[in-house]
Design a protein around this ligand. Structure first.
Ligand code: HEC
Ligand code: HEC
Ligand code: HEC
Length: 206
C-alpha cells in the first residue's frame, strides 16, 4: 500500500524549494548560482578535453586501437615535415558549441553500444563495415562543406601559384562552389575503403 504521507512530503519539499529564502540574501544566492554555473562550465571543458585526445579516441575502444589508429599514424596528417598534426577530433568532431557537445554525446552513445555489440571487432567485420562507415563520414563532410578540413586548410590563404597545375585547376572548382574538399580528397587519414562488390549488409549502427 502507498504511504499516505508521501504526497504531502513531496508537496512540502516542492513548496520549500520554490518559496523565497528568508535566511540567505539575494547576493549569497546569486553567488552560489554563479559558483554552480562556473563549476558546470569548467567540468564540461575538462570532460571535452579528456575525451578529445587521440589517446582516448584511438584506444578507448579496441576496434579503433586495432584498425583505425595505426592507419592514422601512417598518414601525413599524423607526422609531416612541418609538425602540424591533425588529431581525430580535428577532422571528426564539430569545432563550435553547442554542436560539439551534441555530436560527442550522440557518438559516445552509439559508438559505445556498437563497440559492446562488437560491430567491427574483427578484421573481417571491419572490412565488411568500413564502406558504410566511411560513407557516414563523407555525408557529414559534404553536408557541412568540409568545415573541419577548413579549420586548418583555408582556401583564402592558398597560394595557388605554389600548387601543382592539376591542384590549381581543381581547386578553382572549390571556390566556384562546385565541389567540396571531401568530394576529391578521401582517404587522407585512413586507407581508402574499396567499393563493395556485393551489397553491404548494414549492422544498423545509426
Ligand atoms: C589540424 C589541421 C588539419 C586538419 C583538420 C586537416 N588537415 Fe589536411 N593537412 C594538414 C597539414 C599540416 C598537412 C601537411 C602535411 C604535409 O606536410 O605533408 C595536410 C595535408 C593535406 C593534404 C596533402 C597530403 C595528403 O595527405 O594527401 C590533403 C589533400 C589534405 N591535407 C586534405 C585534408 C582534408 C580533406 C581534411 C578534412 C577531412 C583535412 N586535410 C583536415 C592539416 C590539417
Ligand atoms: C575538384 C577536386 C578538388 C577539390 C574540391 C579540392 N581539391 Fe585539393 N587537390 C585536388 C587535386 C587534383 C590536387 C593535386 C593532386 C595532389 O596533390 O594530390 C589537390 C591538392 C591538394 C593539396 C596538396 C597541395 C600541394 O601542393 O601539396 C591540399 C593540401 C589540398 N588539395 C587540400 C584541399 C582542401 C582543404 C580542399 C577544400 C577546401 C580541397 N583541397 C578541395 C583536387 C581538389
Ligand atoms: C585528416 C582528417 C582525419 C583524421 C585526423 C582522422 N580521420 Fe577518421 N576519417 C576521416 C575521413 C575523411 C573518413 C572517411 C573515409 C576516408 O575518406 O578515409 C574517416 C573515417 C573514419 C572511420 C570510419 C572507418 C574508415 O576507416 O573509413 C573511423 C572509425 C574513423 N575515421 C576514426 C578516426 C580516429 C579514431 C582517428 C584518430 C586516431 C581519426 N579517424 C583521424 C578523416 C580523418
Amino acid at each position: 500500500m502507498a504511504d499516505p504521507e508521501s504526497p504531502g512530503r513531496i508537496r512540502q519539499a516542492l513548496s520549500w524549494l520554490f518559496s523565497p529564502s528568508a535566511r540567505w540574501s539575494i547576493f549569497a544566492l546569486l553567488l552560489a548560482g554563479l559558483g554552480v554555473g562556473a563549476a558546470m562550465v569548467v567540468g564540461t571543458q575538462v570532460a571535452v578535453a579528456m575525451t578529445g585526445t587521440d589517446e582516448f579516441c584511438g584506444t578507448a575502444c579496441h576496434s579503433h586501437a586495432k584498425f583505425v589508429m595505426p592507419e592514422h599514424q601512417q598518414s601525413a596528417h599524423y607526422a609531416n615535415r612541418t609538425g602540424v598534426r591533425a588529431m581525430c577530433v580535428d577532422c571528426h568532431v564539430p569545432h563550435t558549441y553547442p554542436a560539439k557537445l551534441i555530436y560527442k554525446a550522440r557518438a559516445g552513445i552509439t559508438d559505445a553500444l556498437a563497440e559492446m555489440r562488437g560491430v567491427i571487432s574483427s578484421q573481417e567485420k571491419f572490412d565488411q563495415e568500413r564502406w558504410r562507415l566511411a560513407n557516414l563520414v563523407w555525408d557529414e563532410m559534404r553536408d557541412n562543406n568540409s568545415a573541419n578540413c577548413r579549420t586548418c586548410h583555408d582556401p583564402a590563404a592558398w597560394d595557388l601559384k605554389k600548387q601543382s597545375e592539376d591542384a590549381t585547376k581543381q581547386h578553382k572548382k572549390f571556390s566556384a562552389g562546385k565541389a567540396t574538399c571531401i568530394d576529391c580528397h578521401t582517404g587522407v587519414a585512413h586507407k581508402e575503403p574499396e567499393v563493395p562488390k556485393a551489397p553491404v549488409k548494414a549492422a544498423a549502427l545509426r
